[in-house]
Design a protein around this ligand. Sequence first.
Ligand SMILES: [Zn+2]
Ligand SMILES: [Zn+2]
Length: 298
Amino acid sequence: MSRPHKIANLIGVPLPMVGLVVAIVVLWDRAIGPLELALLIGLYLLTALGVTLGYHRMFTHRAFESSRAFRAIMAILGSMAVQGSVITWVADHRKHHTFTDQAGDPHSPHLAGPGFWGAVKGLWHAHVGWLFESVGTAERERFAADLLKDRVLRVIDRLFALWVGLSFAIPFAAGWLLGGGLGAALTALLWGGFVRVFLLHHVTWSINSVCHFFGRRRFNIEDESRNVFWLAPLSMGEAWHHNHHAFPTSAFHGLSPLERVADPTGLLIALLEKLGIVWNVVRVSPERQRAKALPRRA
Ligand SMILES: [Zn+2]
Ligand SMILES: [Zn+2]
C-alpha cells in the first residue's frame, strides 16, 4: 500500500469515530434536530445504495445493466461513502470472491491462525485491519479490466477526493442554508457527515467480518460466508451474504420470500426495472437454488 493511501486511511477511519464521540458530547447538551436526522438518514440511504446497488451489484457483479448516466450517478454516490474509488473497490471485492476465505482473500477472518486469539485477530483484520494492509492491492488490470475501459468511470475514479469532499460539503451547506449560520452547519456536518460515514463504514465492514463468521448457511458452498438477518435492513440487504456467495451475480441477495422483504437494494432494483431504468436483471430460479441447497436436518 502506498504512503498517501496509508495516511488517508489513518485519517479516514478514526476521524468519523472522533466525530461520533463529539456527537455524543453535543447530544448531551442539545438533542439532535429534524434537519440533522434527515441529513443522517437521507445521506446514509443514498451513499449506502451507491455501494450496494452501484459498486457491488452493478459494477462488481453485473447483476443488471443501466444507462451511462445512471452508472455515473451510482459511481459518484458510492464514492461519497468514503470506502475507496469505484474501480479499486471493485477490484478488491472481485479478488475477495476469487479467493474467498483462502490465501489471497483481502479480508477473510479465517487466515490469522487457530484458536480463540486467531479468531479475534482474524475478525479484527476482516473488519478494519485489512484497510491498513491489503486494501487497494488487487491488480486493477486483472480484476477490473472491463471498468478500466469505461472512460466516464475512469474519470469518476480519478476524482475520488472530490466526491469525498462533496460528501461532507453537502451536509455542511445544507446546515448553513436551512439551519442558519455556522453553528447549524457544523452540527449538520457532524451528523450528516461524520456520524453517517462512521455508521456505514462499520455496517459495510461487518459484511466482511461478521458475515464470514457468525450466522446461518443454507447452500452447499465451500467458503465461510453466512446470512445474518439482524444486519440485513441496515446493510440494505447485503447481510444475506451467504446467499450472495452462492449466487454472486443475482441482483437479489434475499432469496426466500422473508429474506426478500429485508433486502431493500433488491426491492429497489425490482422497482427500477419496472420503471425501465435498469434492465437484464439477473434472477436465480428456484430450481437452481434447490440444486445447491444443503440437505435439511431431520
Ligand atoms: Zn464475502
Ligand atoms: Zn460480492
